[in-house]
Design a protein around this ligand. Structure first.
Ligand code: NPW
Ligand code: ADP
Ligand code: K
Length: 491
């Protein structure tokens, strides 16, 4: 499990640890980790042209000490100081001693021919959009040829939320210290962090519970129960699917297929896409009747492509009136927006899986010109608390939160998933994982996080050789599940 810790949590841990260590120890650990990652990325030190962008805080200190180490190994290192009179004093001394050069004019920083740029402008001490001088340097760095490495956090990204209120240093790599900050993996911030390298500086025992979490492959595998020798077709949890319609059978086909491919045991389908589903998936038990005619299930998926007419509304109400876990997606969400009490009044777990527009329809405060806003974790938590459910807010970094505030950020997937029908697949995957929870006792929020993780891995497999369509995703699900269990995830 990857814990995501806020700036305040990191500072509190730092204070506790620093009380037991000589001054400067943590910055030395950070700088050494940073220099080591840089050397690994560059493959050499001698003759390497490095530019440091140095702000007036400890983030700049990290950059200066790492720059000193690189200079000591033969790199040509230039520091651009944003506030020369306030630059980290001992960092600057060490840097100069090691042969580092300070640019007297930011316009002659060497950014236009750097091999490597270290962004030590601002780390967890930042607030608001990057100020003009800092924004200008970040822009110059982005326009130059150097590999862009952020120190702790790309300057311009809010550590706790991933909001980017102005300009930003668009890192290709981020070397972060002590703990992964949420802003590196969620929202806009994720798009500017590049590959994240965590340097352990010993904060671990002092960090406490993370503000949010990200599953690893092993974590996801542990949340999707495989069959055992005493299993039968019912024991993995029977999924019920209500999706698609006579005119649009596709959603029913994709959703049912995804549930089957995730955890084949038994999948029941009830709805007006029955003919299409039967033709595609002879393994499913299919009825064109109502959910109550389908037979017993342990979880329902309701909504994708089912329409929003009176019949659809009454079917949705029937499913939500059960005491079973339910996934509500797509058209189901549109109807819940008109009748939120259908979800609010439930005692069994409900997972809503909106994309941004559906989220804004469900929660009026997320509509209008501001939309969901930059803090996607806060939005998902607020929505979940309001309806007493779990919200899976889809995106390039899907956020999953429940009514207690427990939050996961998904770390798998590919932009190729931005194609019609992949959400229908996700709801089928989620239905399959959720159907196990009455037996496993897994909280719905964890089931949803595991489903999102698996869905993303299937996307990565399906997109390995080029574009994917939703059907490819279904086809790659079984392999993705197998790889999770074997520990062989795609890159
Ligand atoms: N905690 C730990 O465990 C460890 C922390 N470590 C390191 O310390 C870092 C935190 O250092 P920190 O607290 O000194 O703050 P920091 O990020 O350098 O920012 C302050 C500077 O930013 C400036 N500034 C602010 N906003 C701005 C904006 N919008 N646009 C432009 N500038 C802006 C602000 O300017 P000022 O307001 O002072 O004029 C000031 O100059 C942390 O990220 C990590 O790298 C490691 O060494 C080891 C262990
Ligand atoms: N840019 C992106 N990067 C990664 N994943 C994405 C991106 N855009 C969409 N996705 C994922 O693709 C799926 C799309 O779902 P959805 O919008 O409901 O599609 P549909 O309604 O057509 O099935 C979600 O799982 C979402 O997280
Ligand atoms: K930085």
């Amino acid at each position: 499990m990857i814990g995501l810790h806020t700036a305040e949590q990191v500072r509190t841990a730092e204070r506790a640890l620093m009380a037991t260590l000589p001054p400067g120890t943590l910055m030395q650990r950070a700088a050494t980790g940073l220099a080591t990652v840089c050397l690994g990325l560059a493959g050499r030190a001698h003759g390497l042209r490095v530019v440091l962008l140095v702000g007036a805080g400890d983030n700049g200190g990290d950059a200066l000490f790492a720059g000193a180490q690189l200079a000591g190994r033969g790199a040509q290192v230039t520091a651009v100081l944003l506030a020369p009179e306030r630059a980290h004093a001992s960092g600057l001394t060490a840097f100069r001693r090691a042969g580092g050069r300070v640019a007297d004019d930011p316009a002659r920083s060497g950014l236009d021919r750097a091999d490597l740029v270290l962004d030590g402008i601002v780390g967890i001490g930042g607030s608001g959009g990057l100020r003009p001088a800092a924004a200008d340097l970040a822009g110059q760095a982005a326009a130059g040829p150097g590999l862009l490495v952020a120190v702790d956090l790309p300057s311009g990204v809010a550590a706790d939320t991933g909001e980017v209120p102005g300009e930003v240093f668009p890192a290709q790599h981020t070397v972060t210290f002590g703990a992964v900050k949420p802003g590196l993996v969620v929202g806009e911030g994720r798009r500017h962090a590049g590959q994240v390298h965590l340097v352990d500086i010993g904060l671990g025992p002092h960090l406490g519970d993370p503000a949010a979490r990200q599953l690893t492959d092993a974590d996801a595998a542990a949340r999707i129960e495989p069959p055992s020798p005493d299993s039968d077709k019912y024991s993995g949890g029977v999924v019920g699917v209500v999706a698609g319609s006579a005119t649009y059978p596709g959603a029913g086909v994709l959703c049912t297929g995804a549930a089957l491919r995730t955890r084949p045991g038994l999948v029941r389908y009830a709805g007006t896409a029955a003919d299409g589903v039967r033709a595609s998936w002879p393994e499913a038990i299919v009825t064109s009747g109502r959910p109550g005619d389908a037979g017993r299930v342990q979880a329902w998926v309701v909504g994708p492509g089912m329409g929003t007419d009176d019949d659809a509304r009454s079917v949705l109400a029937e499913v939500l009136a059960t005491d079973l876990p339910v996934v509500v997606d797509a058209d189901g969400l549109t109807m819940v927006a008109d009748a939120p009490e259908l979800v609010r009044d439930r005692t069994a777990p409900t997972v809503l899986t909106p994309h941004d527009r559906e989220f804004a329809r469900l929660f009026t405060w997320a509509g209008g010109s501001t939309g969901i806003g930059g803090d996607r974790m806060a939005a998902a938590r607020r929505g979940a608390a309001e309806l007493g459910c779990t919200v899976l807010l889809k995106g390039d970094a899907t956020v999953i939160a429940d009514a207690h505030g427990t939050t996961y950020v998904n770390g798998t997937g590919t932009p190729w998933l931005a194609t019609a029908g992949t959400g229908d697949v996700l709801s089928g995957v989620l239905g399959a994982v959720l159907a196990q929870t009455p037996v496993t006792g897994l909280p719905a929020v964890e089931a949803a996080a595991a489903a999102a993780h698996l869905h993303g891995r299937a996307g990565q497999l399906a997109a390995a050789d080029g574009p994917l369509i939703a059907g490819d995703l279904v086809r790659h699900l079984a392999e993705a599940v197998g790889r999770l269990y074997r520990g062989g995830a795609p890159a």
